[in-house]
Design a protein around this ligand. Structure first.
Ligand code: SAM
Length: 314
Protein backbone atom coordinates (compact mmCIF):
# COMPACT_ATOMS: atom_id res chain seq x y z
CA UNK A 1 0.00 0.00 0.00
CA UNK A 2 1.24 3.50 -0.78
CA UNK A 3 0.77 5.60 2.35
CA UNK A 4 0.88 9.35 2.15
CA UNK A 5 1.05 11.61 5.22
CA UNK A 6 -1.06 14.71 5.34
CA UNK A 7 -2.36 17.36 7.68
CA UNK A 8 -5.61 16.35 9.48
CA UNK A 9 -7.78 17.50 12.38
CA UNK A 10 -6.69 16.11 15.77
CA UNK A 11 -7.97 12.59 16.20
CA UNK A 12 -8.82 12.47 12.49
CA UNK A 13 -7.41 9.95 10.06
CA UNK A 14 -3.67 10.55 9.92
CA UNK A 15 -3.08 8.75 6.68
CA UNK A 16 -4.99 7.99 3.59
CA UNK A 17 -4.12 4.87 1.73
CA UNK A 18 -4.12 4.08 -1.93
CA UNK A 19 -3.57 0.59 -3.26
CA UNK A 20 -0.13 0.33 -4.86
CA UNK A 21 -0.12 1.43 -8.48
CA UNK A 22 -3.61 2.95 -8.25
CA UNK A 23 -2.48 6.38 -7.09
CA UNK A 24 -4.34 8.92 -9.23
CA UNK A 25 -6.02 6.03 -11.09
CA UNK A 26 -9.55 7.08 -11.96
CA UNK A 27 -12.34 5.31 -10.09
CA UNK A 28 -15.71 4.45 -11.60
CA UNK A 29 -17.81 7.55 -11.27
CA UNK A 30 -21.53 7.29 -10.57
CA UNK A 31 -23.95 10.19 -10.11
CA UNK A 32 -26.51 10.04 -7.27
CA UNK A 33 -24.05 8.14 -5.11
CA UNK A 34 -22.74 8.55 -1.57
CA UNK A 35 -19.04 7.95 -1.00
CA UNK A 36 -17.62 6.94 2.38
CA UNK A 37 -14.02 8.12 2.52
CA UNK A 38 -11.58 10.93 3.10
CA UNK A 39 -12.64 13.28 0.31
CA UNK A 40 -9.06 13.92 -0.87
CA UNK A 41 -8.66 10.26 -1.69
CA UNK A 42 -11.97 10.23 -3.58
CA UNK A 43 -11.40 13.47 -5.48
CA UNK A 44 -7.94 12.41 -6.67
CA UNK A 45 -9.53 9.39 -8.28
CA UNK A 46 -12.45 11.10 -10.01
CA UNK A 47 -12.12 12.18 -13.66
CA UNK A 48 -11.60 15.93 -14.20
CA UNK A 49 -14.11 18.51 -15.54
CA UNK A 50 -17.29 16.63 -14.62
CA UNK A 51 -19.04 18.84 -12.03
CA UNK A 52 -21.21 21.93 -12.62
CA UNK A 53 -21.41 23.13 -9.02
CA UNK A 54 -19.46 22.30 -5.87
CA UNK A 55 -20.76 23.45 -2.48
CA UNK A 56 -18.61 22.61 0.54
CA UNK A 57 -19.11 23.30 4.22
CA UNK A 58 -15.92 21.93 5.82
CA UNK A 59 -15.00 22.10 9.52
CA UNK A 60 -14.63 25.84 10.27
CA UNK A 61 -11.44 25.72 12.42
CA UNK A 62 -13.51 26.22 15.58
CA UNK A 63 -11.08 24.28 17.79
CA UNK A 64 -13.95 22.13 19.10
CA UNK A 65 -15.27 18.65 18.64
CA UNK A 66 -18.71 19.09 17.07
CA UNK A 67 -21.31 16.65 18.35
CA UNK A 68 -25.09 16.34 18.62
CA UNK A 69 -27.73 13.68 19.13
CA UNK A 70 -29.87 12.71 16.16
CA UNK A 71 -33.59 13.30 16.54
CA UNK A 72 -34.41 10.57 14.04
CA UNK A 73 -31.99 7.78 14.87
CA UNK A 74 -31.24 8.60 18.50
CA UNK A 75 -27.55 8.06 17.72
CA UNK A 76 -24.79 10.59 18.26
CA UNK A 77 -23.22 12.47 15.38
CA UNK A 78 -19.76 13.96 15.74
CA UNK A 79 -16.84 15.33 13.76
CA UNK A 80 -13.47 16.72 14.76
CA UNK A 81 -12.57 20.37 14.31
CA UNK A 82 -9.47 20.67 16.55
CA UNK A 83 -6.08 21.44 15.05
CA UNK A 84 -3.01 21.22 17.32
CA UNK A 85 -0.90 22.55 14.43
CA UNK A 86 -2.95 25.76 14.42
CA UNK A 87 -4.18 27.65 11.37
CA UNK A 88 -1.18 26.55 9.27
CA UNK A 89 -2.14 22.90 9.61
CA UNK A 90 -5.76 23.74 8.79
CA UNK A 91 -4.80 25.62 5.63
CA UNK A 92 -2.39 22.91 4.51
CA UNK A 93 -5.20 20.36 5.01
CA UNK A 94 -7.72 22.46 3.05
CA UNK A 95 -5.54 23.54 0.12
CA UNK A 96 -5.03 20.18 -1.63
CA UNK A 97 -8.78 19.57 -1.37
CA UNK A 98 -9.62 22.92 -2.97
CA UNK A 99 -7.07 22.19 -5.70
CA UNK A 100 -8.82 18.93 -6.51
CA UNK A 101 -12.20 20.68 -6.51
CA UNK A 102 -10.96 23.09 -9.15
CA UNK A 103 -9.79 20.18 -11.30
CA UNK A 104 -13.18 18.46 -11.00
CA UNK A 105 -15.19 21.51 -12.10
CA UNK A 106 -16.37 21.82 -15.68
CA UNK A 107 -14.94 24.87 -17.52
CA UNK A 108 -18.10 26.88 -16.66
CA UNK A 109 -18.34 25.40 -13.16
CA UNK A 110 -18.69 27.25 -9.87
CA UNK A 111 -17.61 26.53 -6.30
CA UNK A 112 -19.25 27.84 -3.12
CA UNK A 113 -16.94 27.53 -0.07
CA UNK A 114 -18.82 28.02 3.22
CA UNK A 115 -16.82 29.20 6.28
CA UNK A 116 -16.94 31.87 8.99
CA UNK A 117 -14.62 34.33 10.74
CA UNK A 118 -12.36 31.57 12.10
CA UNK A 119 -10.62 30.86 8.78
CA UNK A 120 -12.38 32.53 5.86
CA UNK A 121 -9.66 35.15 5.33
CA UNK A 122 -6.98 32.48 5.10
CA UNK A 123 -9.24 30.52 2.73
CA UNK A 124 -9.69 33.60 0.52
CA UNK A 125 -5.92 33.82 0.06
CA UNK A 126 -5.77 30.09 -0.67
CA UNK A 127 -8.63 30.33 -3.18
CA UNK A 128 -6.97 33.28 -4.93
CA UNK A 129 -3.82 31.23 -5.38
CA UNK A 130 -5.67 28.12 -6.60
CA UNK A 131 -8.41 29.68 -8.77
CA UNK A 132 -6.68 33.08 -9.34
CA UNK A 133 -7.72 36.44 -7.92
CA UNK A 134 -9.69 37.18 -11.11
CA UNK A 135 -11.92 34.12 -10.74
CA UNK A 136 -13.44 35.47 -7.51
CA UNK A 137 -17.19 35.91 -8.13
CA UNK A 138 -18.88 36.79 -4.82
CA UNK A 139 -18.53 36.88 -1.06
CA UNK A 140 -21.99 35.94 0.21
CA UNK A 141 -22.86 36.96 3.73
CA UNK A 142 -25.40 34.60 5.26
CA UNK A 143 -26.91 36.65 8.07
CA UNK A 144 -28.93 34.94 10.80
CA UNK A 145 -30.35 35.67 14.21
CA UNK A 146 -29.47 33.02 16.76
CA UNK A 147 -29.81 33.28 20.52
CA UNK A 148 -26.86 34.59 22.52
CA UNK A 149 -25.15 37.95 22.41
CA UNK A 150 -21.56 39.09 22.87
CA UNK A 151 -20.82 41.12 25.98
CA UNK A 152 -17.68 42.99 24.96
CA UNK A 153 -17.84 43.03 21.16
CA UNK A 154 -20.39 43.02 18.31
CA UNK A 155 -22.34 39.75 18.15
CA UNK A 156 -21.09 37.40 15.46
CA UNK A 157 -24.17 36.58 13.42
CA UNK A 158 -23.07 35.69 9.93
CA UNK A 159 -21.21 33.07 7.90
CA UNK A 160 -19.28 33.81 4.72
CA UNK A 161 -19.55 31.87 1.47
CA UNK A 162 -16.80 32.47 -1.10
CA UNK A 163 -17.82 31.91 -4.71
CA UNK A 164 -15.23 31.26 -7.44
CA UNK A 165 -15.56 30.22 -11.07
CA UNK A 166 -13.21 27.97 -13.00
CA UNK A 167 -13.17 30.29 -16.03
CA UNK A 168 -14.48 33.72 -16.97
CA UNK A 169 -17.55 32.04 -18.50
CA UNK A 170 -20.13 31.09 -15.91
CA UNK A 171 -23.79 31.78 -15.28
CA UNK A 172 -25.63 32.78 -12.10
CA UNK A 173 -29.27 33.85 -12.32
CA UNK A 174 -29.96 35.86 -9.15
CA UNK A 175 -33.57 36.18 -8.00
CA UNK A 176 -35.10 39.67 -8.05
CA UNK A 177 -35.64 41.88 -5.02
CA UNK A 178 -37.63 45.05 -4.49
CA UNK A 179 -35.56 48.26 -4.54
CA UNK A 180 -37.64 51.19 -3.26
CA UNK A 181 -37.00 54.52 -4.91
CA UNK A 182 -36.34 57.65 -2.85
CA UNK A 183 -37.59 59.88 -5.69
CA UNK A 184 -40.83 61.40 -4.40
CA UNK A 185 -42.19 61.98 -7.93
CA UNK A 186 -41.68 58.44 -9.20
CA UNK A 187 -45.00 56.72 -10.11
CA UNK A 188 -45.64 53.06 -10.98
CA UNK A 189 -45.15 52.37 -14.71
CA UNK A 190 -42.51 52.02 -17.39
CA UNK A 191 -39.64 54.54 -17.43
CA UNK A 192 -37.32 54.94 -20.39
CA UNK A 193 -33.86 55.96 -19.28
CA UNK A 194 -32.44 56.07 -22.78
CA UNK A 195 -29.95 53.29 -22.11
CA UNK A 196 -32.79 50.94 -21.06
CA UNK A 197 -36.27 50.66 -19.62
CA UNK A 198 -37.21 50.07 -16.01
CA UNK A 199 -40.65 49.13 -14.75
CA UNK A 200 -41.80 50.55 -11.40
CA UNK A 201 -44.48 49.06 -9.13
CA UNK A 202 -46.19 50.25 -5.97
CA UNK A 203 -47.10 48.55 -2.70
CA UNK A 204 -47.92 49.69 0.85
CA UNK A 205 -44.30 50.72 1.46
CA UNK A 206 -43.71 52.78 -1.67
CA UNK A 207 -42.66 52.69 -5.31
CA UNK A 208 -40.07 50.11 -6.31
CA UNK A 209 -38.46 48.31 -9.21
CA UNK A 210 -37.06 44.79 -9.27
CA UNK A 211 -33.28 44.35 -9.21
CA UNK A 212 -30.89 41.41 -8.87
CA UNK A 213 -30.49 40.15 -5.28
CA UNK A 214 -27.49 41.39 -3.29
CA UNK A 215 -24.74 39.32 -1.69
CA UNK A 216 -26.25 39.62 1.82
CA UNK A 217 -28.80 36.86 2.47
CA UNK A 218 -30.96 36.81 5.56
CA UNK A 219 -32.10 33.23 6.15
CA UNK A 220 -33.16 31.86 9.55
CA UNK A 221 -30.89 29.31 11.22
CA UNK A 222 -32.57 25.92 11.70
CA UNK A 223 -34.37 26.18 15.04
CA UNK A 224 -34.75 23.33 17.51
CA UNK A 225 -38.36 22.64 16.42
CA UNK A 226 -37.84 22.91 12.64
CA UNK A 227 -39.19 19.97 10.62
CA UNK A 228 -36.01 19.73 8.56
CA UNK A 229 -33.74 19.49 11.62
CA UNK A 230 -32.11 16.06 11.94
CA UNK A 231 -29.73 16.99 14.74
CA UNK A 232 -26.50 16.88 12.72
CA UNK A 233 -23.96 19.34 14.13
CA UNK A 234 -23.75 22.38 11.87
CA UNK A 235 -26.62 21.23 9.61
CA UNK A 236 -27.36 24.00 7.09
CA UNK A 237 -30.87 25.20 6.11
CA UNK A 238 -32.42 23.86 2.92
CA UNK A 239 -33.44 27.42 2.06
CA UNK A 240 -29.77 28.41 1.80
CA UNK A 241 -29.00 25.48 -0.48
CA UNK A 242 -32.10 26.20 -2.61
CA UNK A 243 -30.79 29.70 -3.32
CA UNK A 244 -27.35 28.43 -4.29
CA UNK A 245 -28.43 25.47 -6.41
CA UNK A 246 -31.39 27.09 -8.18
CA UNK A 247 -29.42 30.19 -9.23
CA UNK A 248 -26.18 28.45 -10.23
CA UNK A 249 -27.30 25.27 -11.99
CA UNK A 250 -29.99 24.03 -14.35
CA UNK A 251 -32.03 20.81 -14.33
CA UNK A 252 -29.86 17.75 -14.96
CA UNK A 253 -26.61 19.47 -13.88
CA UNK A 254 -24.26 17.67 -11.50
CA UNK A 255 -23.88 19.13 -7.98
CA UNK A 256 -21.20 17.86 -5.53
CA UNK A 257 -20.64 18.22 -1.80
CA UNK A 258 -17.50 16.50 -0.50
CA UNK A 259 -18.19 17.39 3.17
CA UNK A 260 -21.87 16.44 3.01
CA UNK A 261 -22.68 15.88 6.71
CA UNK A 262 -26.43 15.23 6.90
CA UNK A 263 -26.76 15.59 3.11
CA UNK A 264 -28.60 18.91 2.81
CA UNK A 265 -26.98 19.57 -0.59
CA UNK A 266 -28.16 16.19 -1.93
CA UNK A 267 -31.67 16.69 -0.53
CA UNK A 268 -32.07 20.01 -2.32
CA UNK A 269 -30.31 18.88 -5.52
CA UNK A 270 -32.63 15.86 -5.73
CA UNK A 271 -35.75 17.92 -5.14
CA UNK A 272 -34.70 20.46 -7.82
CA UNK A 273 -34.04 17.76 -10.45
CA UNK A 274 -30.23 17.98 -10.35
CA UNK A 275 -27.83 15.04 -10.21
CA UNK A 276 -25.57 14.88 -7.19
CA UNK A 277 -22.51 13.25 -5.66
CA UNK A 278 -21.86 13.39 -1.92
CA UNK A 279 -19.06 12.20 0.32
CA UNK A 280 -18.24 12.16 4.01
CA UNK A 281 -15.85 10.19 6.18
CA UNK A 282 -18.62 9.39 8.69
CA UNK A 283 -20.95 6.46 8.00
CA UNK A 284 -23.53 8.02 10.35
CA UNK A 285 -23.52 11.14 8.15
CA UNK A 286 -24.07 9.06 5.01
CA UNK A 287 -26.87 7.03 6.58
CA UNK A 288 -28.81 10.14 7.52
CA UNK A 289 -28.10 11.67 4.08
CA UNK A 290 -29.46 8.56 2.39
CA UNK A 291 -32.60 8.52 4.55
CA UNK A 292 -33.30 12.20 3.81
CA UNK A 293 -32.79 11.82 0.04
CA UNK A 294 -34.96 8.68 -0.08
CA UNK A 295 -37.67 10.68 1.63
CA UNK A 296 -37.54 13.27 -1.17
CA UNK A 297 -37.58 10.57 -3.86
CA UNK A 298 -40.68 8.93 -2.37
CA UNK A 299 -42.63 12.12 -3.12
CA UNK A 300 -41.33 12.45 -6.71
CA UNK A 301 -42.33 11.10 -10.14
CA UNK A 302 -42.48 7.27 -10.54
CA UNK A 303 -39.34 7.43 -12.75
CA UNK A 304 -37.35 8.83 -9.80
CA UNK A 305 -38.69 6.20 -7.41
CA UNK A 306 -36.58 3.50 -9.06
CA UNK A 307 -33.41 5.43 -8.13
CA UNK A 308 -31.12 3.39 -5.91
CA UNK A 309 -28.71 5.21 -3.62
CA UNK A 310 -25.53 3.22 -3.12
CA UNK A 311 -22.97 4.02 -0.43
CA UNK A 312 -19.57 3.22 -1.96
CA UNK A 313 -16.18 3.13 -0.29
CA UNK A 314 -13.46 4.96 -2.16
C1 SAM B 1 -19.96 21.14 8.85
S1 SAM B 1 -20.27 19.47 8.51
C2 SAM B 1 -21.28 19.56 7.04
C3 SAM B 1 -22.72 19.83 7.38
C4 SAM B 1 -23.64 19.81 6.15
N1 SAM B 1 -23.48 20.97 5.34
C5 SAM B 1 -25.09 19.67 6.57
O1 SAM B 1 -25.95 20.49 6.17
O2 SAM B 1 -25.40 18.73 7.31
C6 SAM B 1 -18.68 18.96 7.91
C7 SAM B 1 -18.60 17.48 7.54
O3 SAM B 1 -17.33 17.24 6.94
C8 SAM B 1 -16.97 15.90 7.23
N2 SAM B 1 -15.51 15.78 6.99
C9 SAM B 1 -14.50 16.37 7.66
N3 SAM B 1 -13.32 16.05 7.11
C10 SAM B 1 -13.59 15.25 6.05
C11 SAM B 1 -12.79 14.62 5.07
N4 SAM B 1 -11.46 14.76 5.06
N5 SAM B 1 -13.40 13.87 4.12
C12 SAM B 1 -14.75 13.72 4.10
N6 SAM B 1 -15.56 14.30 5.02
C13 SAM B 1 -15.00 15.07 5.97
C14 SAM B 1 -17.39 15.69 8.68
O4 SAM B 1 -17.56 14.30 8.99
C15 SAM B 1 -18.71 16.48 8.70
O5 SAM B 1 -19.80 15.63 8.47
Amino acid sequence: MGIEKESTPDGGMNFYEQPKGTAEKECQFHANTLYLCDNLCLMKRLPGSIIDLIYVDPPFFTGKERKAVSRIQGSEFRFQDTWSGGIDSYVSWLKPRLTQMRRLLKPRGLIYLHLDWHAVHYAKVAMDSIFSYDRFVNEIIWRYRTGGVSINRFSRKHDTILVYSKSAKFRIDPWKEKAYTKCRYRKAGLVNYGAGKSEFFEDGVGVYNLVNATDVWEIPYINSQAKERVGYPSQKPQKLMEKIISTSTRKGDLVADFFCGSGTTGVVAQSLGRKWILSDQSIEALKISKARIKNIISGQEPSEKTLRIPILKC
